[in-house]
Design a protein around this ligand. Sequence first.
Ligand SMILES: C[S@@+](CC[C@H](N)C(=O)[O-])C[C@H]1O[C@@H](n2cnc3c(N)ncnc32)[C@H](O)[C@@H]1O
Length: 182
Amino acid sequence: MRPHVCPWWGGYFIDNRLRRLLHKPEEILGPYVRSGMTAMDVGCGMGFFAIAMARLVGPAGRVIAVDLQQKMLDVLRKRAAKAGVGDRIDTRRCQANALEVAEPVDFALAFYSAHEVPDLPRLLGEIHECLRPGGRFLVVEPVGHVSAADFQNLLAMAEDVGLAQDDRPRIRLSRAAVLVKE
Ligand SMILES: C[S@@+](CC[C@H](N)C(=O)[O-])C[C@H]1O[C@@H](n2cnc3c(N)ncnc32)[C@H](O)[C@@H]1O
């Protein structure tokens, strides 16, 4: 069965001021994203994390924000421009089973998006391909949608493609892991 994809208008429910009470993007990303990095946000939605990433990479860095839905990317572009970081973010529309990001990245994020991707091993393989050696991948899934067993499965698939577990950060209402390309 094809996984359910968050409809574009659903972006307004998960990307708003109230969510900041639950998830503080700069705090969540701060340990991994440094000035000058190239960072990628997979399933970026309306930019809740991509805009914070753009602040953290600074003017010398770059963010590649990838999503299946053009409407998500259109809202992200407007919000990024308003936040003054539009010039640091490349938005890319992808296919359900192909990110097609060719350039190397130092950090990748998939926040509440991996369970919507039909071919998870393929996505993990693509993220592994993009990451520079030593690069980190933070994957975060919602507890309500992804069971502990399914998250363990994801970690096993990640290990199979060469992404080793580095940390298990605590993020509210979420299952999270930091994986590293060795
Ligand atoms: C629940 S939203 C999360 C958005 C954002 N990461 C956040 O935390 O606010 C999931 C996002 O993943 C995107 N998505 C779903 N399937 C995808 C795929 N195969 N490739 C890339 N993005 C996908 C959806 O369009 C949606 O924007």
